[in-house]
Design a protein around this ligand. Structure first.
Ligand SMILES: [Zn+2]
Length: 313
């Protein structure tokens, strides 16, 4: 009996630490209360998150003239809590969703939104959402559930773009960009020009080493260039919403681009020098000049080194 209890508590601790390491995954306990907090960034734009980020990625609520746009919809079961919070902010209906990429902690609430809602994504993300493959480097306890299949396709994309698309007009305009592979092969950059604000999604999840999801087209060789393109070509932005952290600035984004380019350069040099991927991961440290960057989990660091090795011929 004692042994069973010990085993159960060990499993519990294991699940908890996995949840922290793999912070872009659904929470270990889906029955925990779903608390959504709104942070006002502009008169008509709010960021919704949850304490400890257990709800998933940051959601943006854009209150337009004739309805509401959501950017990202969090983990499974978080659609209704998002809807309830939005009702406190505005009586207007949710008519439009933009998903920054395919991951379950950014798209799953889609299935709880009004049936006729417009869902806009980058074209590669639309393909990825048909499969809902598990992410590289995130432990799977079984085959990943395709939440859209379970819900008969509800919440799937209704409109796609390739490199650039404008939606809505005047003060309601949203500009969508795709600058190349990074976190996945379908990371959308969502710009609100009237508000001088951009939602970057998980290609800039925060100041940390990125999750590179090779299963969904992510790239350790391309991510730095893609981030740099965004930092250089999108103008007139004061506020950047990150995938899972606080808001940041375009200067932070430019720095993050360089951080990723530096990572790739040093890993490629180590490969060229004949070092094994494990050795390279063990020796890598966050360069001095990058202050405030989170120390990487060992598994994430190893996975990213391996991805750069695999992509470097
Ligand atoms: Zn993600």
């Amino acid at each position: 009996m004692k042994r069973i209890i010990l085993l159960a508590s060990l499993v519990g601790v294991g699940a908890l630490s996995l949840g922290v390491a793999a912070f872009q995954q659904p929470p270990a306990n889906p029955n925990a209360p779903k608390v959504v907090e709104a942070q006002k960034l502009r008169d008509n734009l709010y960021m919704l998150n949850s304490p400890g980020q257990n709800g998933g990625g940051n959601t943006a609520v854009f209150i337009r003239t004739d309805g509401i746009t959501l950017v990202d919809t969090k983990n499974p079961g978080w659609g209704q809590p998002i809807i309830a919070k939005v009702k406190e902010l505005s009586p207007k209906p949710i008519t439009q969703i933009i998903n920054t990429h395919t991951h379950g902690d950014h798209v799953s609430g889609n299935v709880e939104m009004p049936v006729n809602v417009e869902v806009i994504v980058q074209v590669n993300t639309a393909e990825n959402m048909k499969e809902m493959r598990g992410a590289t480097g995130i432990a799977q306890t079984g085959p990943p559930t395709n939440i859209f299949k379970v819900n008969n396709g509800r919440g799937m994309p209704t409109k796609t773009f390739k490199d650039k698309m404008k939606v809505n007009k005047g003060a309601d305009e949203i500009d969508l960009y795709y600058f190349g592979r990074g976190h996945t092969n379908g990371d959308a950059w969502v710009v609100f020009p009237a508000l001088r604000l951009m939602h970057a999604g998980d290609i800039f999840s925060g100041k940390n080493i990125p999750l590179l999801d090779a299963n969904n087209g992510g790239s350790g060789v391309e991510i730095g260039n893609t981030l740099e393109k965004a930092a250089k070509s999108v103008k007139n932005i004061d506020t950047v919403i990150t995938g899972h952290s606080t808001t940041m600035t375009m200067a932070d984004l430019a720095e993050y681009a360089q951080f990723n380019k530096d990572f790739m350069t040093s890993v490629q040099a180590a490969k060229k020098a004949g070092k094994s991927a494990d050795e390279t991961a063990k020796n890598w440290k966050i360069p001095e000049k990058y202050k405030g960057y989170a120390a990487p989990a060992e598994a994430r660091l190893k996975a990213n080194v391996q991805i750069v090795y695999d992509e470097t011929k």
